[in-house]
Ligand binder design. Structure first.
Ligand code: C2E
Ligand code: MG
Ligand code: MG
Ligand code: MG
Length: 273
């Protein structure tokens, strides 16, 4: 009991400081939206067969005048705790679709833009209207858009999720399950979800050359993706060995620093350029 009291005394200032930091971040984020401090970077998704870019994932960054370039892990969770994520998510969707629609004539016919969508956005009653609006405004044909939802989001949201995913697909937009393998979804539930792509979490890819267990998990996910008739994308490929191993295992698509880091659209090196 005594120790508990002492540790709470030691812990309190740090917790208070964290609370203050979160509240500063929240108000700074609100301002950041008004002042256009957000950017979208793009990371290539490559086809393992020929190494060509088959798509780009849009990844938001915050260019803060006081904090520098802030990675999403620092602010997305905070934005998700308020309605900020709705305005921010909408901004990313509109910006990315507009960016890509602008150069559609130079892209491969099967090119796909991937945009991350958070739970809060997905369950909004006007999400489908927002999505339709972004497509109309940008002129991006829906078949070129894939929305990424994390496995945990799909589990937590339960029943109404399936209906929402159907509505998204009815627009002709595809669905990817992000960070797959980290969300404890039961395989029977997974079978009921409509989706087009499985993204194998980086944590499994990391050890693919050293851990027989992780290799077995990746092999099982690749097998399952084939069975479901969906595309598998390995995330976070950092070395040539990992890329080779994944290719040998029949993984058709991959993403990671080995192929290209997230960069401004203008810095993407397209084939033939
Ligand atoms: P994610 O969607 O799983 O995106 C992949 C993350 O892994 C990105 O981090 C990317 O930069 C990083 N990554 C890619 N390849 C490698 C690699 O080879 N090595 C390493 N170490 N990392 C790699 P980032 O850009 O920091 O984004 C982190 C997460 O923030 C994303 O994970 C996504 O969940 C979230 N996020 C990013 N942009 C948005 C957005 O516009 N909306 C929402 N709701 N979430 C977003
Ligand atoms: Mg993603
Ligand atoms: Mg991921
Ligand atoms: Mg992730």
């Amino acid at each position: 009991k005594r120790r508990a009291r002492m540790s709470s005394v030691v812990f309190e200032p740090a917790m208070l400081e964290r609370l203050r930091e979160v509240s500063r971040l929240t108000s700074d984020l609100r301002q950041a939206l008004d002042q256009n401090q957000f950017l979208v970077h793009y990371q290539p998704v490559v086809n393992m067969a020929d190494g060509q870019i088959s798509g780009l994932e849009a990844l938001v960054r915050w260019q803060s005048p006081t904090r520098g370039l802030v990675p999403p892990a620092m602010f997305i969770p905070i934005a998700e705790n308020s309605d900020l994520i709705l305005a921010l998510g909408d901004w990313v969707l509109r910006t990315a679709t507009r960016d890509i629609a602008g150069r559609l004539d130079t892209l491969p016919a099967d090119f796909e833009l991937h945009v991350n969508v958070s739970a809060r956005q997905l369950i909004q009653s006007d999400f489908i209207a927002t999505l339709r609006h972004a497509l109309q405004e940008s002129g991006l044909p829906p078949g070129h858009l894939t929305l990424e939802l994390t496995e945990s989001v799909l589990i937590e949201q339960g029943g109404q999720t399936v209906e929402r995913l159907r509505q998204i697909r009815n627009l002709g937009v595809k669905i990817a399950i992000d960070d797959f393998g980290t969300g404890y979804s039961s395989l029977s539930y997974l079978g009921t979800l409509p989706f087009d792509c499985l993204k194998i979490d980086k944590s499994f890819v990391d050890n693919i050359c050293v851990s027989p267990q992780d290799t077995a998990v990746v092999a099982a996910v690749l097998h399952m993706a084939r069975g479901f008739g969906v595309t598998a994308v390995a995330e976070g490929v950092e070395t040539e060995d990992q890329a080779r191993r994944l290719r040998e295992m029949g993984c058709s698509h991959a993403q990671g620093y080995w192929f290209g880091r997230p960069v401004p659209l203008a810095d993407i090196r397209w084939p033939g350029q």
